[in-house]
Design a protein around this ligand. Structure first.
Ligand SMILES: [Fe+2]
Length: 269
């Protein structure tokens, strides 16, 4: 029986039955960035999982997702054929918006996450979920990180906002941290955007989830107008489909309103 005191937080959580993938890890040592990232030896089963998830999600996305996302996925040369390479994606980002990609081992500590974002580096995993978790996985995998998040990072307005978010979140203290977590949830992960053709999805948490992509634009969801003060006080439950979502007017509005709020909180000059 191992001594309780010698167990890491990771091991303790595993003993308590919490999925260890849900415990954020502090980044230690060298994190490969951009052209330092090598392509893993994916098994045929991994490639099959990507193909399956990609094709399944693409049946739902075209009429539901914003055009900035679809344009981004074309820029990134996403296809169902093969899991993309982080190194190649990073090269495309550099040209499009000046961002790069870092390969991280899983969910990372929030301060590490913000530190990377403010340097215009997007942390991504490079492993894919198992066949027993096709519909749901509690922690990020490459399908969420690449397919869900990356296309929008080729959009200059969204990329500008996301760098600002990293900068502001890095400086946040106390209750501000909780507000920013909520802000991230209702924008980057679960955001909607108003378009002339109707409301569209831009949040990665919806885009990479079969249940959410079918649910987010249905009558079961109350869509509220974007307002930073209302949004940061909205409660949410990470384990169920979201009953309340917020719709922005544009990515410029998202950036402008967030900047204004951050200044009023003394988080940005
Ligand atoms: Fe995410």
């Amino acid at each position: 029986m191992p001594d309780e005191k010698t167990l890491s937080a990771y091991e303790k959580a595993a003993e308590q039955g919490i999925d260890p993938r849900c415990i954020p890890k502090k980044l230690e040592g060298h994190v490969p960035v951009d052209d330092q990232i090598s392509y893993p030896k994916y098994s045929e089963s991994d490639q099959e999982t990507w193909r399956f998830l990609y094709e399944r999600q693409m049946q739902y996305l075209p009429e539901r997702v914003c055009d900035e996302y679809l344009r981004g996925s074309v820029k990134l040369n996403f296809t169902s054929e093969r899991i993309p390479s982080l190194k190649n994606l990073s090269a495309i980002f550099k040209k499009a918006t000046g961002w790069k990609i870092a390969k991280v081992p899983g969910l990372i500590h929030e301060q590490d996450f913000f530190e990377l974002l403010r340097k215009r580096i997007f942390p991504s995993t490079d492993y894919i979920r198992g066949k027993n978790e096709l519909d749901y996985t509690p922690a990020p995998d490459l399908f969420h990180d690449m397919f869900g998040h990356m296309p929008l990072l080729t959009d200059p307005d969204f990329a500008l906002f996301y760098r600002l978010f990293g900068e502001v979140a890095f400086n946040a203290k106390g209750i501000q941290r909780k507000w920013l977590e909520t802000f991230h949830w209702f924008t980057v992960e679960f955001g909607l955007i108003k378009k002339k053709e109707g409301i569209r999805i831009y949040g990665a948490g919806i885009i990479s989830s079969l249940g959410e992509v079918q649910h987010a634009l249905s009558d079961d969801v109350e869509v509220k107008d974007f307002n930073v003060d209302k949004l940061i006080n909205q409660t949410y439950d990470v384990w169920h489909l979201q009953p309340v979502l917020f719709a922005i007017e544009s990515f410029e509005q998202l950036e402008k309103e967030f900047r204004k709020w951050s200044k009023s909180e003394g988080l940005f000059k």
